[in-house]
Design a protein around this ligand. Structure first.
Ligand code: TZP
Ligand code: MG
Length: 205
């Protein structure tokens, strides 16, 4: 999988822009993976929205990951699921998911990263590496801790949190496999160029 530029959806950042249209523009700008991240939504609505998103991700052959919900990921035949500490434990998710489905987890420390790797995670989101308004009460991870985490595990690490075109360079040489971005793309007027700048700023990944 290509983790280079991982778009995380966020209603607040999107404002009154259309989600499906915005995802399509972001893919045109170079996004390589999409996570549908919805909070406080009914199961029915989550599935309905995920199916709409999947139409566009399938068209461009981009993997779709569902945040929090193993059942929704399975129901829409997504590529995988992203799980946090309050979600289904990774070994249980692995037990019921199709074998080729991807499980991502969020980690903030070397201990957590090692534990999630042992539990069977396929990749880790590590952050927040910069201050963010998108997720409240998130832990902060320093760049040197990010580097340490990358050195401590074998699975791909994606940096997340407050990443935009002016600070992305600080993540060079940390060992990450990609960057995960919400507001740095979704809140911009020109979605294609926001995604393109971020994707070009990391040619080494
Ligand atoms: N997990 C840690 S920070 C964060 C998540 C979901 C928010 C990422 O959004 P943004 O707008 O790119 O800071
Ligand atoms: Mg979660």
């Amino acid at each position: 999988m290509n983790y280079n530029l991982y778009l995380i959806t966020d209603k607040k950042s999107l404002g009154d822009k259309d989600l499906i249209n915005t995802i399509e523009l972001a893919i045109k700008g170079g996004v390589t993976m999409i996570q549908l991240r919805e909070k406080s939504i009914s199961t029915k609505d989550y599935i309905q929205l995920a199916l709409k998103v999947k139409k566009v991700t399938d068209y461009y052959d981009i993997p779709l990951i569902i945040n929090d919900r193993v059942d929704v990921a399975m129901a829409v035949c997504a590529k995988g699921v992203h799980l946090g500490l309050d979600d289904m434990p990774i070994p249980l998710a692995r037990k019921i998911l199709d074998p080729d489905m991807v499980i991502g987890a969020s980690a903030c420390s070397v201990e957590e990263a090692r534990s999630f790797e042992q539990q069977g995670a396929d990749y880790l989101g590590v952050g927040a590496v910069f201050p963010t308004f998108t997720k409240s009460n998130t832990d902060q991870v320093t760049i040197s801790n990010l580097e340490l985490i990358c050195q401590s595990i074998e699975i791909p690490v994606v940096a997340i949190g407050g990443i935009h075109n002016e600070n992305v360079d600080q993540l060079q040489m940390t060992g990450i496999s990609g960057i995960a971005v919400a507001s740095g793309i979704l809140s911009k007027k020109d979605i294609v160029s926001a995604a393109r700048i971020l994707s070009n700023s990391f040619p080494t990944l």
